[in-house]
Design a protein around this ligand. Structure first.
Ligand SMILES: Cc1cc2nc3c(=O)[nH]c(=O)nc-3n(C[C@H](O)[C@H](O)[C@H](O)COP(=O)(O)OP(=O)(O)OC[C@H]3O[C@@H](n4cnc5c(N)ncnc54)[C@H](O)[C@@H]3O)c2cc1C
Length: 384
């Protein structure tokens, strides 16, 4: 995330901090168990990936239209929030599809949005066939960081009308509820973890302004979800191992994307779902499908397929360090362009590049990740 976005993200993690501090005042705390340090060296990088977020300034497109004698329900454009909002977004799209009373549904796309659309349709009693160019783990969704980030690059501030905010909140709450039903399963597809926000300056103080990289302002929507967000707390120096003066602990929902995608696919097949590998180069090809109701969930692919030029590619690079099962906490460092997620398939290290906005280049920039790993190591350096 860019520094502005990083600040917002940290802000979301910290928003409940003052409430938490007062809640904490009357609570007796046991001495914290020491944190297992992350072995942050570049030789332990096992994978570096790049993909683009399908950002639409006006927010995701979830609407139905009639084309080629079919009912076509669009469900794409979820920016940095696709996994987080997927179940709620799918519910909205499938409610539109169900109005046709057709029993057979085609879903175009097998990423976070297509798969959850397919599952919601199956639960509603439909027979579903997915048509897609790629399936997990080849889809872009498989390259996400894997945290609950429902308002990450979901629309620009100028489009965040009260009606949009209400719709977004309904999607986020529906998704959150579904995710709570996926906890505690084998392989931990969804889990909750603590994390630490590090800061060189007091949390109330802004960080120095950074260069404008072209990103718009994003609205703070997540404050609408205060009641479903665990509180964060300020820690004293003897409660954490980091060498920075200001640290808060938060708690966050994490998606272990490899096992979670596999679970979605298994559930889809178990309920009679079928997948046909196919690339569409023109919407006209939809006319030839057997199904008369279609959910269109091609993510950034909608730009080429439907000519939706409002989709902006926002490049994102993630790297994974060798898994350390003993590391079960996340980390972010304000102003240092560092975000870490404790996943079962490796410790994910994310850093924003200088030219990520409106950039569909998916070439790996290894030095970017190596620098992030060096900053991570610095967070654990002994205090002077
Ligand atoms: C670095 C990074 C980190 C992220 N982290 C998070 C996070 O922590 N939490 C979160 O909620 N979100 C996160 N996101 C955002 C999230 O990854 C996206 O919002 C999500 O992947 C979008 O899913 P999708 O199903 O719309 O698209 P995709 O995953 O791209 O799936 C599109 C599907 O459509 C198919 N398709 C495309 N075009 C065609 C065509 N012409 N014909 C046939 N099939 C086609 C593809 O093959 C694929 O199956 C992150 C994104 C990035 C880049």
């Amino acid at each position: 995330m860019d520094r502005r976005h990083f600040l917002q993200h940290s802000g979301a993690l910290l928003a409940a901090a003052s409430a938490a501090s007062s809640a904490r005042a009357g609570t007796a705390f046991a001495a914290p168990a020491p944190l297992a340090p992350i072995r942050a060296t570049p030789d332990r990088l096992i994978d570096i990936s790049v993909c683009t977020r399908p950002f639409r300034p006006q927010g995701p497109r979830i609407e139905a239209e009639q084309r080629y004698g079919k009912t076509l329900v669009h469900n794409y454009g979820h920016g940095g929030s696709g996994w987080s909002l997927s179940w709620g977004s799918a519910r909205m799209a499938i409610a539109m599809a169900l109005t046709t009373r057709e029993k057979y549904l085609a879903v175009i796309g097998c990423g976070a949005i297509g798969l959850t659309s397919a599952r919601v349709a199956q639960r509603a009693g439909l027979r579903v066939r997915i048509y897609c160019k790629e399936r997990p783990p080849e889809v872009r969704s498989s390259l996400a960081s894997g945290v609950w980030s429902p308002d990450s690059r979901i629309c620009s501030s100028e489009h965040a009308t009260p009606a949009f905010a209400e719709r977004w909140e309904a999607m986020a709450r529906a998704s959150f509820k579904t995710y709570q039903s996926l906890l505690g399963l084998p392989g931990d597809p969804v889990s909750w973890h603590d994390g630490y926000v590090l800061s060189d300056v007091p949390f109330g103080e802004p960080l120095p302004a950074t260069e404008d990289n072209g990103e718009p302002d994003y609205p703070d929507l997540e404050s609408r979800l205060r009641d479903i967000r665990p509180l964060s707390v300020a820690l004293s120096a003897d409660e954490h191992p980091f060498r920075v003066p200001h640290v808060r602990r938060y708690t966050q929902m994490v998606f272990n994307i490899a096992s979670y995608s596999r679970l979605l696919m298994e559930d889809f097949f178990r309920e009679g779902g079928e997948i046909e590998q196919r690339e569409f180069v023109h919407p006209r090809q939809l006319a030839g499908l057997r199904e008369r109701t279609i959910v269109h969930a091609t993510g950034y692919g909608a730009r080429a397929l439907f000519g939706d030029d409002s989709l902006v590619p926002v490049r994102g690079q993630t790297a994974r360090l060798v898994p350390q099962p003993e590391v079960d906490y996340g980390l972010s460092w304000r102003g240092h362009n560092l975000f870490v997620v404790p996943r079962r398939d490796g410790i994910l290290v994310q850093a924003q590049g200088p030219h990520d906005w409106n950039n569909e280049d998916v070439q790996v920039d290894r030095p970017l990740s190596e620098d992030a790993v060096a900053r991570l190591a610095a967070a654990f350096a002994p205090r002077s």
